[in-house]
Design a protein around this ligand. Structure first.
Ligand code: ADP
Ligand code: MG
Length: 681
């Protein structure tokens, strides 16, 4: 009986020296060997030359038709040529420096030749030759990533030997139930298919199995961490008044979109249950997250709890307060706002009413997490644009209640695959639908020397009483980066518009008071054009602004461009976005094209993921994404979804914890530390 844990030297032909070379690749045991997957396969299927394109690799079976002719090209160099008949094609085969073929190639003999097909000259530039017809039925030969000291052919032989030894002796690692349900190949069949596939389908099925198995294991770890969290963290069961909540929803001036309804249900369910809510709500700009937040907060209020909503800037907090007061004042729910600029006397009053429980909902900036802000009975906390707050700030706010439920909202669409991978321990809700009747923002990509045409469009909007944003990447001239500087653009535009329109300047170096005052002037319509760095990115709502021009747009990622663009198109008027860019790379061009083609943040996020890959999507190094052997988060998202659902069910299934067929998955879970609540990184 061969054990997979036996040392690699158990295999014939592997001595001390080879074992040493293999150990450099991390291969010590038979198990290590068989889990070293090839990175590609060489296609060695027989091809019909008539259908083979120029310069493609081919393998043919042919009969030698001539005596080989040899040309000597100097020391140890030679070129041998022979005419062969492959099917109905009479072609030449050429080999370099394979002098020995001279005596081996005899007319009438059948050979199998691989090489590159020169269609024009009807010549195969041979790379390998076997004498006799193609005997083995290997259509694909594995190519491994090897240290130069080991040859592919040798390595293939070790692999073949290892797999043959293990035949019939390897335990299946997936339960029969799942194998059957998804029609997956058995472990051995899949290993065979990964290394030595019989055909393309064999390879595909093998890959399918390992992708699923890998993602299932991954999701089992995440789901068990989640389960442990839910079991250990006592939360509030918020028994809201269903009828009151229904009535509240009914009297809103619009009908919720289906996506909003779904998310409201997800949140309600979390509120009711006694575990602590830990949910991420994603919704594109304008998808209507605020009303969803309001319904959640109101639910908590009907159960006698207080709610809090924390926004990253004063302007955003004020906007939220305005919306919420519009809904809550008429029904007697008391909303207050607390920010850095709240007057001392007013602040004292608010704090008092908060402690007494007179205030139902408190909205604010991080002024909410000052030590003297004490709630009477905080049950539900929402933080908007969660990435703007540090983990610590969020924790402090949460700790102001007794395990209140927590909802994080973000307008940054993250592809679902990444969301459930990187935020796997959180529940994720997505509003993936905009309210009906929204106008698409018309987006144009202009070269920098077409600036004037952009300015003409801008002026025509201004003439109609609309307002405009002009976005510049950096605030100061930098020698290294050839980017527009906001101050320069501001001065340029001031000259161009020459007093006809009022221009405002906004950048990160301004004092917070100055920022607020510029923003206020813009939102009140006193400033017509706001020249700004990316600080306007999040949340600002000025419905009269219908035009945005972005300088050096190719310097931004798709997600950020989309966020910026979301500042326009918020009112009844048609809006426009002009991207000024001369991208040098194909990828940059593709980003610009994508922006002109769609307004859908999730589509753009998927595109961004495709262009930049999962690692770069979140920015370097802190992606929190695991590395997979086979699975690819971009292409295998459906499998990830399936694996996630299966894992979530299994974790609560007694069978999983008891039945013998799950023992490998259980063992993997134990070894990962997930059962002790340890994270994996
Ligand atoms: P965001 O998700 O960007 O925070 P908001 O909550 O600010 O979006 O909503 C944008 C606008 O759409 C608001 O004026 C809001 O009242 C409105 N809105 C939200 N949901 C709907 C809906 N289902 N139908 C029509 N308008 C809606
Ligand atoms: Mg919002």
């Amino acid at each position: 009986m061969t054990n997979v844990l036996e040392p690699i030297t158990t295999l014939k032909g592997i001595g001390k020296e080879t074992a040493e070379h293999l150990s450099e690749m991390g291969i010590y045991t038979i198990q290590d060997l068989i889990w070293t997957f090839p990175y590609r396969h060489e296609d060695s299927r027989l091809k019909d030359l008539a259908e083979t394109p120029h310069n493609e690799k081919v393998t043919i079976e042919a009969r030698v038709e001539s005596v080989p002719s040899v040309l000597y090209l100097g020391k140890n160099k030679s070129r041998i040529q022979v005419t062969v008949l492959a099917g109905r094609h009479l072609v030449k085969v050429v080999f370099f420096n394979q002098n020995y073929l001279r005596t081996k190639l005899v007319p009438g003999q059948v050979v199998t030749v691989s090489g590159k097909w020169d269609r024009g000259r009807q010549v195969i530039n041979g790379t390998s030759i076997k004498f006799g017809p193609k005997t083995d039925n290997a259509d694909f030969e594995p190519v491994y990533s090897l240290k130069s000291s080991i040859h592919q052919n040798k390595f293939r032989k070790y692999m073949r030997q290892a797999l043959d030894l293990l035949e019939g002796e390897m335990d299946e690692t997936l339960p029969g139930r799942l194998i059957e349900q998804y029609q997956l190949p058995s472990l051995l069949e899949a290993l065979e298919g990964v290394h030595f596939p019989k055909d393309a389908d064999h390879a595909k099925q093998a890959r399918r199995r390992f992708v699923y198995e890998e993602l299932l294991q991954f999701q089992l770890r995440i789901q068990s961490l989640r389960k442990i969290r839910k079991e250990n963290e006592q939360g509030l069961a918020i028994h809201y008044d269903v009828n009151k909540v229904r009535e509240f929803i009914r009297q809103i001036s619009f009908e919720l979109t289906n996506a909003q309804k779904r998310v409201v249900n997800e949140i309600s369910k979390d509120l009711k249950e006694p575990h602590r809510m830990n949910r991420l709500l994603q919704g594109d700009v304008g998808s209507g997250k605020t009303i969803v937040a309001a319904i959640g907060l109101y639910s908590a209020v009907t159960a006698g709890f207080q709610g809090a909503l924390m926004a990253p800037t004063e302007i955003l907090a004020e906007q939220h307060a305005e919306s919420l007061k519009g809904w809550f004042d008429p029904i007697g729910v008391k909303v207050a706002i607390l920010s850095g600029s709240t007057k001392t006397k007013e602040r004292r009053l608010i704090l008092e009413q908060l402690r007494d429980g007179e205030i139902d909902i408190l909205i604010g900036t991080h002024a909410l997490i000052q030590p003297d802000v004490l709630f009477n009975n905080l049950g539900f906390v929402i933080t908007d644009e969660q990435h703007r707050f540090g983990v610590e700030q969020r924790r402090v706010l949460r700790d102001k209640g007794v395990n209140p439920d927590v909802l994080f909202m973000t307008a940054t669409p993250i592809p679902r695959t990444l969301a459930i991978t990187a935020f796997g321990e959180m529940d994720v809700s997505i509003i993936d639908e905009l309210p009906a009747g929204r106008k698409q923002i018309e987006t144009h990509w202009l070269k920098k020397d077409q600036l004037n045409s952009g300015l003409t469009k801008m002026e025509s909007e201004l003439r109609n009483g609309r307002q405009a944003y002009v976005i510049c990447p950096l605030i100061e001239e930098s020698d290294k980066l050839d980017v527009q500087n906001a101050v320069e653009v501001y001065e340029q535009l001031s000259t161009i518009f020459n007093g006809r329109y009022k221009i405002g300047l906004m950048h990160g170096r301004l004092h917070p008071d100055e920022k607020d005052s510029v923003m206020r002037e813009f939102s009140e319509g006193e400033v017509d054009v706001l020249v700004s760095t990316t600080v306007v990115e999040v949340g600002v709502n000025v419905p009269n602004a219908t035009f945005m021009m972005i300088y050096d747009a190719d310097r931004f990622g798709l997600a950020q461009l989309h966020q910026l663009r979301g500042r326009v198109g918020r009112g009844e008027h048609q809006s426009y976005c002009v991207l000024l860019a001369d991208p040098k790379s194909e990828e940059g061009k593709e980003r610009m094209m994508s922006m002109t083609q769609t307004n859908d943040g999730f589509k753009l996020a998927e595109k961004d993921l495709e262009l930049r890959g999962p690692g770069d999507f979140f920015g370097k190094k802190q992606s929190g994404l695991p590395e997979f052997k086979m699975a690819d988060l971009v292409h295998d998202y459906r499998t990830l979804e399936v694996a996630r659902q299966d894992a979530a069910k299994l974790i609560y299934d007694d069978q999983f914890w008891q039945s013998d067929e799950y023992r490998y998955l259980r063992k993997m879970l134990e070894e990962s530390g997930a059962l002790n609540g340890e994270r994996m990184d």
